[in-house]
Design a protein around this ligand. Structure first.
Ligand SMILES: [Zn+2]
Length: 200
């Protein structure tokens, strides 16, 4: 029997892989291996790439702390806020992410919900999708996973939605990062739409 370890991010308890890359995020090696299984399925089936952004953001928002400055989670939370609260498409979320730039000390540090949390994990997505060879199962589970991660953040860190909005306002309205972007389609359109939200 392999030893079982809990993931420090999402709490998922899995047997430790015998050979594994050291995890890059605040995750167990076994949890990150499941993430790679799910990402591989998304890349094999281009129709599922629209769920790729939700996968990356849900996973990022669940694996928040760690030895780094702890700000990487901001991208995940911003992605979930844009997609789930405001209906941004994957392409629009990516366009906003690219324009967010690198974290600065001015960015808030989002303290992660402590495990165990009653949230879905990447394993639920793997079991409903890649392990059944089911695009539909993957699609449903990825959407439910993202919803579940965001709702646990909202429950355990009340005001996290306002903090995300304030972060984006600081980046996009106060630093002039949107200057030079014109038009309402493509990446410029996504930022244009975000500005409309922030200025409302
Ligand atoms: Zn995990």
């Amino acid at each position: 029997m392999h030893r079982r370890t809990g993931c420090p991010g999402c709490g998922l308890v899995l047997p430790e892989p015998r050979l594994a890359e050291p995890p890059r995020l605040h995750a167990s090696a076994a949890c990150e291996a499941v993430l790679h299984e799910v990402l591989g399925f998304e890349f094999q089936h281009p129709v599922m790439l629209r769920f790729h952004q939700l996968t990356v953001d849900a996973y990022g928002a669940q694996h928040a702390a760690g030895p780094g400055p702890g700000v990487g989670v901001a991208y995940g939370l911003a992605g979930l806020w844009l997609a789930l609260e405001h209906g941004f498409s994957a392409e629009e979320v990516r366009a906003v992410h690219r324009r967010m730039g690198h974290p600065t000390p001015a960015w808030p540090v989002f303290a992660p919900p402590a495990p165990p949390q009653r949230w879905l994990t990447v394993l639920d997505v793997a079991e409903a999708g890649v392990r059944q060879h089911s695009d539909g199962g993957h699609a449903r589970a990825a959407a439910q996973w993202a919803e579940s991660v965001w709702s646990v953040w909202l429950e355990t860190s009340p005001g996290v939605d306002d903090a995300v909005e304030a972060l984006l306002r600081g980046i996009f309205l106060e630093t002039g990062r949107h200057e030079g972007l014109h038009g309402t389609i493509g990446p410029a359109g996504a930022v244009h739409r975000l500005l409309g939200l922030l200025e409302a």
